[in-house]
Design a protein around this ligand. Structure first.
Ligand code: ADP
Ligand code: MG
Length: 503
């Protein structure tokens, strides 16, 4: 009896001992893993760091690339495309104008009755029309026929309060957000279809001609007075209200910027002199690259696995399409190397683009004490449950790093443009005629879902622009959301480039 009891006692002591040892080793192991998690975070933080010193190098690189892209075709990764928009709206425009906005899953048609300086926008109406999916993979002619049909229906619904001038054709501004080689303000050749449009032909054709042909088939009498992209439309839409607007930036799924340049600075421009001595340049800045950009291994992998490796390098660090995926990649590494989410790597973490930028912004801006929103998204998007608070905090920290880097780099790009046009306070050259330099106010018009719906991103961007400019100059520069300017902007450009202007 006694021996048995002793035996049991010994056995249970051994079990207790082993259990204690297990707990200790697990704690040591998990502390080791936790330190590894922090190590991965710190490594990402230092590789992606955007000190003001580094940002100033990016500012300068942007300016240098802008010069190079303006000097010659192919002189820079910045295409610096001529828009031929040399007459921005002033506020004096009058009459009825239409716009068509194509470049996403919906296209929009819009009409506006302009009442000159006093009346401004008297009336405005728009309709959003989905593009049937079969037309996105059909022929150029079918797509444009559909657009012209919807447009002519919209024109037929024109009611009281809209007054086409008698004997005059209706005029249209066309926002077409695909890569185009512009040949004048109202013509340009399609370079390629993007964004899920897999149209069998149309590349190399004049986009305006395609639309005119389709309108003719519909019996619609209308002239395309301006062909622009969304960035140029945004600039025009904002400029109509405020003549200090010199730059427009889109931060949405993708990113782009345009600005007003002196005609003399555009060496590659061979046309007649622009009417106003200046022209809007479509930078296509998503393709900007500089060795000063803080690229990490995650950025390299993202680029390598993307549909366009080696292209749109700036866009891949700052735009809405990619921010979420950078966060996913770092989380995946933490899951693999330091078991952040337990012994197994959650399978959803392997899926490219599952974690979207709106998810990042929700988690980043979670104000609840226990980070409930973070937990909700980890669960619903990645299938990760029961995350401890300290793990959620790591996730928030990571979102912060990725968004902060993106916003700060975008700011450096903006300040690079301001520097190029002499609106950053650092130079006396490069200004437009009549520019007073220091005291002159400058406005940067912003649009796009990333900027609009992500307040912390917006705050980083605005703060950094101010820091880079310094207090004195920052007082002269405003960065402002200019929503949906691209639609009405195109109509305003039709007005400022109307064939009846000099008549
Ligand atoms: P597009 O760029 O496709 O023309 P938008 O300008 O509306 O369209 O931008 C949409 C993009 O904005 C989305 O792809 C997403 O990256 C970003 N976005 C949308 N909502 C949010 C949000 N709440 N937080 C952060 N980013 C957002
Ligand atoms: Mg858009």
């Amino acid at each position: 009896m006694t021996r048995i009891v002793v035996g049991i006692a010994v056995a249970s002591a051994a079990v207790a001992c082993a259990a204690a040892a297990y707990v200790v080793s697990r704690r040591i192991r998990s502390r080791k893993h936790w330190n590894r998690t922090l190590g991965i975070l710190q490594e990402f933080q230092s590789e992606s760091a955007t000190s003001l010193f580094r940002l100033r190098q990016v500012v300068d690189a942007m300016t240098v690339e802008m010069h190079a892209g303006l000097a010659s075709e192919g002189g820079s990764k910045l295409k610096m495309l001529l828009s031929y928009v040399d007459n921005l709206p002033t506020g004096d425009e009058e009459g009825l104008y239409y716009a068509l906005d194509l470049g996403g899953t919906n296209f929009r048609v819009l009409r506006v009755q302009l009442g000159g300086r006093e009346g401004r926008v008297l009336r405005q109406e728009y309709e959003e029309v989905p593009i049937p999916s079969q037309l996105m993979v059909g022929s150029n002619e079918d797509l444009f026929d559909y657009i012209a049909l919807e447009l002519s229906r919209f024109v037929e619904s024109e009611g009281d309060g809209y007054h086409p001038k008698s004997g005059q054709e209706r005029e249209l501004g066309f926002t077409f957000s695909f890569p185009v080689k512009q040949t004048s303000v109202d013509s340009g050749y399609l370079i390629k279809w993007t964004k899920g449009f897999a149209i069998s032909d149309g590349v190399g054709k004049d986009v305006v001609q395609s639309l005119h042909d389709a309108m003719k088939r519909q019996g619609l009498d209308m002239r395309v007075a301006a062909l622009v992209n969304d960035t140029v439309g945004t600039l025009a839409g904002a400029r109509y209200w405020n003549e200090d607007v010199m730059v427009a930036v889109i931060l949405g799924t993708g990113t782009n910027a345009c600005y007003v340049e002196r005609a003399e600075a555009i060496t590659k421009y061979q046309g007649e002199s622009p009417k106003s001595g200046s022209m809007v340049i479509n930078m296509e800045w998503g393709n900007f690259w500089s060795s000063h950009l803080p690229k990490t291994t995650y950025d390299e992998d993202l680029d390598g696995e993307s549909l366009n490796p080696g292209e749109q390098g700036f866009e891949k660090m700052i735009s809405g399409m990619y921010l979420g995926d950078i966060v996913r990649r770092v989380l995946l590494r933490m899951a693999q190397e330091s078991f952040l989410f337990g012994g197994e790597v959650p399978t959803n973490l392997y899926k490219p683009f599952v974690l979207r930028t709106p998810d990042i912004s929700t988690m980043h801006q979670d104000e609840t004490a226990d980070l409930r929103e973070v937990a909700r998204i980890l669960k619903s998007v990645l299938g990760i449950v029961n995350t401890p608070l300290k793990v959620r905090k790591i996730v928030v920290e990571l979102c912060d790093l990725v968004a902060e880097r993106g916003a700060r780099l975008a700011s450096a790009g903006i300040v690079g443009i301001l520097k190029k046009i002499g609106r950053d306070g650092s130079t006396t050259g490069g200004r437009l005629k009549g520019d007073q330099g220091k005291g002159r106010r400058t406005m940067v018009a912003m649009d796009g879902g990333l900027y609009e719906h992500y307040p912390k991103f917006r705050k980083y961007l605005q703060e950094t622009v101010a820091n880079l400019l310094g207090e004195e100059m920052a007082a002269n520069v405003t960065v402002e959301l200019s929503k949906d300017g691209s639609g009405i902007g195109a109509a305003l450009l039709a007005a400022s480039h109307s064939q009846y202007l000099n008549a």
